[in-house]
Design a protein around this ligand. Structure first.
Ligand code: MN3
Length: 257
């Protein structure tokens, strides 16, 4: 073998040797093993987070969803409840493996362990509320069209039937929790609910993991000031302010990357 060829081969072998453990780590899930449910794979973590979590501003004024969702509810919900989850999350991750993980990476990995309860509740609270504010827009938007409309029709029969089923799912949550419209691993749409601040992105916890494209907070704090015990009125109000454009973007991303 000529010296030059030998050097080249040697270099390639060295690179191969250096890369091999990384490939192996991915295969064995060293960076995040398959969820216990075995439905979706936990992606490798992103770059490390170096700053504390902060409360994102609402994407519209607190009174912008009136008359469907009132200003005072939005102010308390965002400025007090969501801020509380952010503050408690920063405290909860201190000294844990989650301290430098991004929010998505925490949510994907958190478990049912008692020691992780505060991380689970507050990472979920921060993730869910950020997602929720972005799911709404003043005055609502045109009903779904294009690929999203086709997906909804395929899964539920029609947009009206979807609304009926989503309303039933939201109404069925006992106590505090969320209702979700998700894209599953099979690329089909499905409805699911979660208790407390759990969500379908919690691959170690969710009864049916998936990628949410719409979520509704059915904790009483989300509607009690305006609707008191009438959760059904709140659910129909929500449909007046859903941002279907954002939902369609999430759908396209989940379906087609
Ligand atoms: Mn809430």
């Amino acid at each position: 073998m000529e010296k030059r060829t030998f050097l080249k081969t040697g270099l390639l072998l060295s690179i191969g040797a250096a890369v091999a453990p990384l490939i192996q780590a991915c295969k064995t899930g060293k960076n995040g093993s398959n969820g216990q449910k075995g439905v979706m794979t936990i992606p490798p973590p992103k770059l490390r987070r170096t700053t504390p979590f902060t409360l994102p501003a609402l994407p519209y004024a607190a009174n912008a969803l009136e008359p469907h969702i009132d200003k005072l509810t939005m102010e308390i919900h965002h400025d007090k409840h969501h801020q509380g989850y952010v503050n408690k999350l920063n405290t909860a991750v201190e000294g844990t493996v989650y301290a430098q993980y991004e929010l998505d990476d925490i949510v994907a990995r958190v478990t049912t362990a008692e020691a992780e309860k505060n991380v689970r509740n507050n990472a979920g609270g921060h993730w869910n509320h950020t997602f929720f504010w972005e799911s709404m827009t003043p005055g609502g938007s045109e009903a779904p069209s294009g690929q999203l409309a086709s997906g909804i029709n395929a899964a539920f029969g029609s947009f009206d039937k979807f609304k009926t089923e989503f309303t039933a799912a939201s109404s069925s949550v006992f106590g505090s929790g969320w209702a979700w419209l998700c894209v599953g691993k099979d690329k089909g749409l499905f409805l699911t609910t979660s208790p407390n601040q759990d969500n379908p992105m919690m691959l170690q916890i969710a009864a049916k993991p998936g990628t949410p494209i719409l979520g509704l907070d059915v904790w009483e704090h989300a509607y009690y000031l305006k609707h008191q015990n009438k959760r059904g009125d709140y659910i129909s109000s929500f449909f007046n302010v859903v941002n279907w454009k954002v939902v369609a973007e999430r759908f396209d991303k989940a379906m087609f990357g």
